[in-house]
Design a protein around this ligand. Structure first.
Ligand SMILES: Nc1ncnc2c1ncn2[C@@H]1O[C@H](COP(=O)(O)OP(=O)(O)OP(=O)(O)O)[C@@H](O)[C@H]1O
Ligand SMILES: [Mg+2]
Length: 228
């Protein structure tokens, strides 16, 4: 399988006033197409920092981030914007637009990518069907449960046919029963639709659902487990 994400000796140091905070201390990571990687680690260990670098939302202090073999530090602003549109993000707090229906939330990234209206509506409905929300397409976020909102966020992340999906604590704000529905969906996207997935979580059980689990500690990947 081709490598879609490769991090080489990635370091990130934030400056808090004059105090340096070493969030990543030399991370190496390789993710192949079709992989499902979970990243486990205590609060402050650098998980979100790592995800933001993989998603080209932030720049490393040193080291190299390759997406599809391209060193993203070599891209100009337009190329970076194009790349970001091809990466699916799912955040802990869903980040749905409250005024928009589920369908319109899913359509939004396609509208930004200038897909025509009829086509994007069709795709939004299909995606909402994929995530099991066919009968909720005209509901606004406040009219949906937490798990349903998270599934809309996942459908939206898939809208522009992303190279891979990045999930930061996708079940951090939903109860455990709803969380198991969301993880079933995520696994299904990986197995049935071959979506490549990198998922950050605090939750051991959730992490074990991935094909492999990386353990982060204090800005480093300290171990890797291949799950059964
Ligand atoms: N913008 C910033 N400025 C300064 N320090 C930061 C900044 N963002 C993160 N940090 C620090 O970098 C370290 C790693 O943060 P990060 O958000 O990656 O942790 P995390 O593993 O995602 O934690 P959590 O599980 O709580 O979300 C932490 O010590 C944090 O305080
Ligand atoms: Mg985090």
């Amino acid at each position: 399988m081709p490598t879609i994400v490769e991090a080489i000796d990635l370091k990130k140091t934030y400056m808090l006033g004059k105090v340096p905070v070493e969030a990543l201390r030399g991370v190496n990571l390789k993710v192949e197409t079709g992989d499902f990687v979970s990243i486990l680690g205590p609060s402050g260990s650098g998980k979100s920092t790592m995800l933001n670098l993989i998603g080209a939302l932030d720049k490393p202090t040193s080291g190299t981030m390759l997406i599809d073999g391209v060193d993203i530090s070599k891209l100009n602003d337009n190329q970076l914007a194009d790349l970001r549109r091809r990466i699916g993000f799912v955040f802990q707090f869903f980040n749905l637009i409250p005024r928009l229906t589920a369908k319109d939330n899913v359509e939004l990234p396609m509208a930004i990518a200038e897909m025509n209206k009829a086509e994007r509506t069709k795709r939004a409905v299909e995606l909402l069907e994929t995530v099991g929300l066919k009968d909720r397409i005209n509901h606004k976020p406040a009219e949906l449960s937490g798990g349903q909102q998270q599934r809309v966020a996942i459908a939206r992340a898939l809208a522009n046919n992303p190279k891979f999906l990045l999930l930061d604590e996708p079940t951090g704000n939903i109860d455990s029963k709803t969380a198991s529905e969301v993880i079933t969906l995520i696994k299904n996207l990986n197995i049935e639709h071959n979506v490549s997935i990198i998922m950050v979580t605090h939750d051991q059980h959730l992490a074990r659902e991935a094909k492999r689990t990386l353990q982060m500690f204090d800005g480093e990947i300290v171990s890797e487990v291949v799950n059964q």
